[in-house]
Write a protein that binds this ligand. Sequence first.
Ligand code: HEC
Length: 300
Amino acid sequence: MTISRIALIFLLSFSTVAVAAQPFVYREFDLFEQYEPYVSGDLKLSGSYEYWKDPANLDYRIAGNPDENWKLNWKFMDPPFNQAVHGGHFALDRGEDLFGQLNIKGRFATCLGVKGGGKSTSKLAGLRAGYPRWRDDLKRVAGLEEVIEHCANKQGRVLQSGSYDNSAVSIYLASFSNGMPIAIDVARAGPMKESFERGRKLFHLKAGAFNFACSSCHSHNIGRRLRGNIITTPYGDAAHYPVYKTQYMLQSLHLRFVECNLDTRTQSLLPGSRPYTDLEVFMTALSNGYPVTVPAERDW
Ligand code: HEC
């Protein structure tokens, strides 16, 4: 046997091992929908957009009717319609406090991506409306909560994505973008578009004990009742996160994914994990053009 033959056999056996080690992964997808990366795209999905497109002028008669109010995409629980003082406002105060501690030398703001950084909070306007975005330092697309965690870490502080304090800082930062339309670009070729496409695919991936995809509910059963909740469109949702949940404290968008995964008996992932960021990019693009509205609350 020549050396090259031995080498060939060696290589072949190696590749068979490599193939055998790769487990067969079963993947099934729900019917794919066409989505526009803009909030008015809902007109082609559920049509409910016409009722909630102007958050400052919601129809109070629809808001007061428990059978109809889902058509407002729960926007009557957001400011300016919702004038109540709730846990989200206390979170905002906590966020302001933490931001003050972290931004003593203006470095936290610089790290978050505020042009020129510095201590002045006036420069925070619009920051939230442009996240998720590509981050050169992380070499990936990241949502605002992941970046808050990253920038706090650089100062030796632990502010884990999904924690109360992380969401509080996120709400505080978002408050400077209140009324400004979400604007992320997923149309131009590049990492944001790739993330959007992965998110769109994940949204239709069937998984868990019931073999549900996100779209099984949020695209194909909009307006149907599910254990006391009525399912609404995925358009416009990302604009009011993190949200104050009347049952328990604050919920970031990634924690909402955890909840929907657990509700459908699907293994949930960690807040800040790559697939959740892709879902966040997908859902945020579906909020493009819709104003940031914090602090909002939700009952379910
Ligand atoms: C079995 C049905 C079901 C599945 C599957 C499901 N959800 Fe939900 N989801 C709901 C219900 C019900 C609510 C609360 C009412 C609403 O806003 O639709 C909700 C709420 C949400 C919200 C909050 C909406 C808001 O106004 O704040 C988001 C975001 C969300 N789901 C995303 C997802 C994602 C992403 C997936 C897939 C990982 C998913 N959901 C899977 C039923 C489902």
